[in-house]
Write a protein that binds this ligand. Structure first.
Ligand code: SF4
Length: 316
């Protein structure tokens, strides 16, 4: 069921902007509320289009599609503003979780005893909880940082493609405490820092140290680099999603060709294995969401462009 605060925000936006036709996009986890969202918008005298393509982040705007459908407002639910310039007026309706990690942190304080200087990070869903945890940790003699990442709206917020906040202060802190479920965001923190990373979230009973996974991630990257070096045919994954699309894709192709590769640019919206069956690439170089490399959806290795170590260009 759509939360009361979410309903309230949608109505407030409609009253403020007075649109005639609204396009709505949302993450998979909110799809059960589709009907309710449409009814709420229509009840407020607007036409509504539910864009039901998968939406994984604020990078996945759908403003172009909203424009195609003559919508004068796009409601993007579940994510915070990513800083993209939009083709139609766009309002982000952030959705905050009911889960409170506070008690778990309180009960697990012993797990943080080795660490004095702690960076607190989270996803937008749990971001409002950070202040309370920060106060509690400070009362327990910790020095707490809530670093801002570049693409994030809030202090402490990290994205699966941006953990520049903890990365920047890496050498000044003893650990990162991440509040959030799963490993999607935590993996980015592991990749970008060298210190212990601990997590607490709705899917965990206690503070869990995930630092050991870093070695695995790094080893996998080394193996992928080797496979890249030995490969001949490369598929270059490009996403049309507005916040993922790289404009310099042909330069990237040339750079890869300079490494002696045969390169095919594979552009698509939702990235899936079935779409590239005829290519027979030995390795896929990913320019889209960096988290795709861990999804294991392809039979061949996926290496993020930013992870490739380029050799000196081969002479022609
Ligand atoms: S690029 Fe990936 S990690 Fe970044 S916001 Fe989009 S879906 Fe999330």
């Amino acid at each position: 069921m759509l939360s009361k605060s979410c309903q309230k925000k949608i109505v407030q936006v409609i009253e403020k902007i007075k649109p005639k036709r609204i396009a709505v996009t949302m993450p998979e986890g909110m799809k059960m509320d589709l009907k309710e969202i449409a009814q709420l918008i229509e009840y407020n005298n607007c036409e509504v289009v539910l864009i039901v393509e998968p939406c994984f982040g604020a990078c996945d705007l759908r403003d172009w599609e909203a424009q195609l459908l003559d919508c004068d407002l796009l409601l993007h639910l579940g994510h915070s503003d990513f800083g993209l310039k939009t083709m139609v007026p766009t309002e982000y309706i952030e959705v905050f979780s009911d889960y409170s990690p506070f008690q778990q942190v309180k009960n697990n304080l012993k797990k943080l005893e080795k660490y004095k200087k702690i960076a607190l990070c989270s996803t937008v869903q749990h971001i409002l909880e950070l202040e309370k945890i920060k106060d509690f940790l400070e009362q327990n003699k910790k020095i707490v940082f809530v670093p801002k990442s570049k693409k994030a709206k809030y202090d402490g917020q990290v994205l699966g493609c941006d953990a520049s906040g903890p990365e920047t202060i890496n050498s000044n802190i003893d650990c990162v405490l991440f509040v959030g479920g799963g490993l999607f965001h935590a993996f980015q923190i592991l990749e970008k820092t060298t210190i212990p990373v601990l997590t607490i979230g709705p899917d965990k009973k206690e503070i869990t140290d995930i630092t050991g996974k870093r070695e695995l991630i790094l080893k996998r990257k080394i193996i992928k680099q080797k496979k890249f070096e030995y490969s001949k045919t490369i598929g270059l994954l490009v996403s049309f999603k507005r916040g993922q699309l790289k404009k310099n894709i042909f330069e990237i192709k040339k750079k890869l060709e300079g490494q002696g590769k045969e390169v095919y640019i594979l552009a698509m919206d939702y990235i899936s294995k079935e779409k590239i069956l005829g290519i027979d690439a030995e390795v896929l170089v990913n320019t889209a969401c960096p988290r795709i490399e861990e999804d294991n959806i392809f039979d061949v290795p996926v290496i993020n462009l930013e992870d490739i170590i380029f050799q000196q260009q081969k002479q022609k």
